[in-house]
Write a protein that binds this ligand. Sequence first.
Ligand code: BJ8
Length: 436
Amino acid sequence: MSDNTNETTAAAEYDFYPMWESLGMDVPAHDMLLGAVGQMFGDVFLAQENRPASTDYLNQVVAGIHSGRIKEMLDKKASGEAKKIVGSFCLYVPEEIVIAAGGIPVGLCSGADWATDKVEEHLPRATCPLIKSFAGFKLGSVCPYIESSDLVIGENTCDGKKKAYEFMATQVNMYTVDIPNVHNAQTLELWKGEVRKLAERVEQETGQKITAESLKAAIKLANDKRRALQRLSATRAADPAPISGLDSLLTVQAAFMDDAERLTGAINAMADECEQRAADGVGVAPKGAKRILYTGTPMAVPNWKLFNIIEKAGGVVVGEEACTGSRYYKDLVDESGETVDEMLDAIAERYFGINCAIFTPNDGRIEDIVRMARELNADGIIDCSLQFCTLYEMESFTVEKAAEQAGIPFMHITTDYANEDAGQLTTRIEAFLEML
Ligand code: BJ8
């Protein structure tokens, strides 16, 4: 058994209640949340057949997600190994900068409805569930990541997020980065300036200067994680697919929370196993199962609804063109920079290539969708937008046109975090899989 298992066994004997209380959390409400997530994880993930044995790492991550991992981060801070915990909601916030300044980066996007009544006292009802969720996790005091964050970094992307951050700034220590809306040489320069301002703000928070040495090491650490995820992703071109879409999605969700070195080792072990499974013709779904490329809004933990429906209906998700997917790992930061300035430029250039629907036009995303569908031998594309997400909802017209031109069957879905539409979605997805 892995080191992780030993950690979790030890964690199971540890009393985390004083830690949660010291973070100011609503402990009884948090118990309810953990109970619901645990139940869902069992029903969705542990019920899968023929999972690679190495996905046990993912079970351990989920088991310790609000307990062992939080303690580990707080212990690092107490010992001085880490200076501060820095939360963020978007792929555009460079983790390398946080790490190089002695911080621990954590993802705060949330994938479940919580304290909706309280949220709607501050934000409009017609707000995307992802935004409502992170606001609800804060207002309901049930997220140990947000409660342990010393600084929260927001970003001006969609209208909903940028206005919600004005409200969040009344709740947490917040700094917001400005993101351009078009890709050109001039906006790249603006973005490079934003990256420098962010670096200064993080240094100020942690009290630790970013050096050429610390930034080089942070770039290597984040790139190694991306290289491992790229290896795993490549194995999914095989038929039968060696790993499910659900487990693949969870690897990226875990990457926003777990220790980078531990995660990289575990993902490389998964890639080793999946390469062997692909060579041996071993899969999670039978050979010939209909293969889906997912594209659209991010899927934050524990939003596993759509992938679960697709895979329970007999399909298999073989790729994710999304921020909880390929956008997280497909591009590396150039490692040749030697000075802090050169490396900050390289970071800015790499992050500027993330094809968020905030950009117009967003041709890079469209090209990636078609390329990934071909490389991963997808039979169809499912494009999903969270309710009230105008960006992805509108961009779906362009995605549909590109899929049509490429001759790839396409389906668009609009959904939220509730389960009310699960039956209807199942019927639509089953019909889509049947016609592929
Ligand atoms: S880089 S996709 S992580 S902004 S679903 S909150 S867009 S209304 S999440 Fe995103 Fe960064 Fe872009 Fe990626 Fe708004 Fe839409 Fe809600 Fe969304």
